[in-house]
Design a protein around this ligand. Structure first.
Ligand SMILES: Cc1cc2nc3c(=O)[nH]c(=O)nc-3n(C[C@H](O)[C@H](O)[C@H](O)COP(=O)(O)OP(=O)(O)OC[C@H]3O[C@@H](n4cnc5c(N)ncnc54)[C@H](O)[C@@H]3O)c2cc1C
Length: 443
């Protein structure tokens, strides 16, 4: 097969791939060629998070922080205004609408830069290797490609299975990845459901169930049973710069944050402002820590960090509290011990936090809301295997993501969630936009 030749090939057409495409179109004045490979046509320009087909799922970040352009912070707000949509800068817009914004913004950028040749291939990357000319050779099931630059923008991996029992994980009532397919729609309104995980994914799923008229019992279980904290008005508060040069470990950092929260409270500043400032320094702190400190963070600090850093619109939390008060939603802080398939669904055994003995619960459906998996089992994906075999890619020591291998040069660009192992914060728009900006500036 004669390879198709491009200046840039972007693998993954979600948020990261779309931002890379927009920045590349803007960067070059002389014509270039770009190919985008996306395995799921309905996700093109939207990815997993923004191809939602229900409007109750909203962004977790207000509109004035979600512009596709790093140098036009109010681009989304203006887009909403121009369409007469009744959302302001501080509103949490539906993710479905944000997907439309991304798709329109890409089309607009394509129209503004007609000198470039851009082709979209609804195909899955299967292999990658050096092409012997400082660039890369890629393969999908239908085409061979060569590219001077390759952008790996393949997003999050699916959640890890809750148990290894194939009778459970292949059961039609076990939804192993809530972002895949239209699973929720098949759940009868009166069915009992266990959601494992009590973070952002779980909240989304509960709100979607509520919107489709679900009246059956909903159970939510996670080790600590924490919900994400609600957003609140958070003025800018700069404090960490004074400590940035001082070595920390995860536990000393936690203490530092606690005492700063107290200090800020005395000034009438909410804790959210303290956490917001720290976010800018998170990749730097992560990179300073050695492997055992990173493990310490994951084991002891992460559960607290997740619920304070990844916050939700207050309305979403209020809706959950309301469901709890009505008795429809029940939350457990517990360790899942076992799941067995039964005639009507599943029998779940779990040990409540602080208890010695296990309890059981019978449910009709299970939704795995534990969030994206670490790379772990996914290492056997063909394109990752070929990248590793060719020393272009390697897994980071904690298998949180992918790093560049010894044969990769500065024309292989890794953006978004796969970079989690080296940056930790690598999934939200703010970090991805910054990564794209920095990578494009290096070209
Ligand atoms: C439910 C949810 C809500 C979120 N809300 C917010 C928010 O409010 N604000 C915020 O800043 N962030 C939010 N995020 C985080 C963030 O925006 C996402 O993680 C982000 O969408 C990541 O984009 P991505 O393009 O890297 O990954 P994805 O969106 O997963 O896109 C990757 C794409 O690559 C494709 N792909 C994968 N492998 C291959 C292959 N081998 N060949 C071809 N194509 C491939 C996939 O089909 C997919 O379309 C949210 C995330 C989720 C899941």
């Amino acid at each position: 097969m004669i390879p198709l030749s491009f200046t840039h090939v972007i693998v993954g057409g979600g948020l990261s791939g779309s931002l890379a495409l927009i920045e590349l179109l803007r960067k070059y004045t002389a014509p270039i060629s770009i190919a985008v490979l996306e395995e799921s046509p309905h996700r093109l320009f939207k990815g997993k998070a923004y191809s939602a087909d229900v409007s109750v799922q909203v962004l977790n970040v207000p509109a004035d922080h979600m512009s596709a352009y790093w140098d036009q912070p109010l681009h989304l707000v203006q887009w909403l205004e121009a369409r007469g949509l009744n959302y302001g800068a501080s509103d949490f817009i539906p993710r479905q609408l944000y997907g439309s914004y991304l798709a329109e913004t890409v089309h607009e950028a394509l129209g503004t830069h007609p000198q470039h040749r851009v082709q979209f291939f609804m195909e899955r990357l299967e292999a990658i290797q050096p092409d012997g000319h400082n660039g890369y050779a890629l393969r999908s099931a239908k085409h061979d490609f060569t590219a001077q630059h390759v952008w790996i923008a393949t997003g999050n991996f699916s959640p890890a299975d809750l148990v290894s029992d194939t009778e459970v994980v292949q059961h039609p009532n076990y939804l192993g990845d809530p972002w895949r397919g239209a699973g929720l729609r098949f759940i009868p309104n009166g069915a009992s459901i266990l959601l494992v995980g009590t973070g952002l994914t779980m909240v989304d799923q509960v709100l979607s169930l509520q919107a489709q008229g679900h009246h059956g019992a909903i159970y939510a279980l996670s080790r600590r049973g924490f919900y994400p904290q609600p957003h609140q008005s958070s003025p800018a508060y700069s404090w960490f710069a004074d400590y940035a040069g001082i070595p920390t470990n995860p536990l000393s950092l936690l203490q530092l944050v606690r005492s700063e929260v107290q200090r800020a409270a005395e000034l009438g500043i909410p804790w959210t402002s303290v956490v917001n400032d720290l976010r800018t320094y998170t990749p730097m702190l992560w990179q300073q820590w050695d492997l055992s400190q990173r493990q310490q963070f994951l084991r002891h600090v992460r559960p607290y960090w997740e619920v304070h850093r990844h916050r939700l619109p207050a309305d979403s939390i209020a809706a959950l509290n309301n469901l709890e008060q009505r008795g429809q939603l029940m939350r457990f802080a517990a360790r899942l011990e076992n799941v067995a398939a039964t005639e009507k669904g599943f029998c779940v055994r779990f040990v409540p936090r602080g208890a010695r003995s296990a309890q059981t619960l019978d449910v009709n459906w299970i939704l795995n809301c534990t969030g994206p998996q670490s790379l772990g089992k996914k290492l056997n994906e063909p394109w990752i295997q070929s990248g590793i075999a060719n020393d272009l890619l390697k897994s980071d020591a904690l298998q949180l993501g992918i790093e560049l291998g010894t044969k990769a040069n500065n024309r292989l660009h890794l953006i978004g969630p796969p970079r989690k192992g080296s940056s930790w914060e690598s999934t939200a728009l703010r970090e991805i936009r910054q990564q794209v900006k920095e990578e494009v500036a290096k070209i």
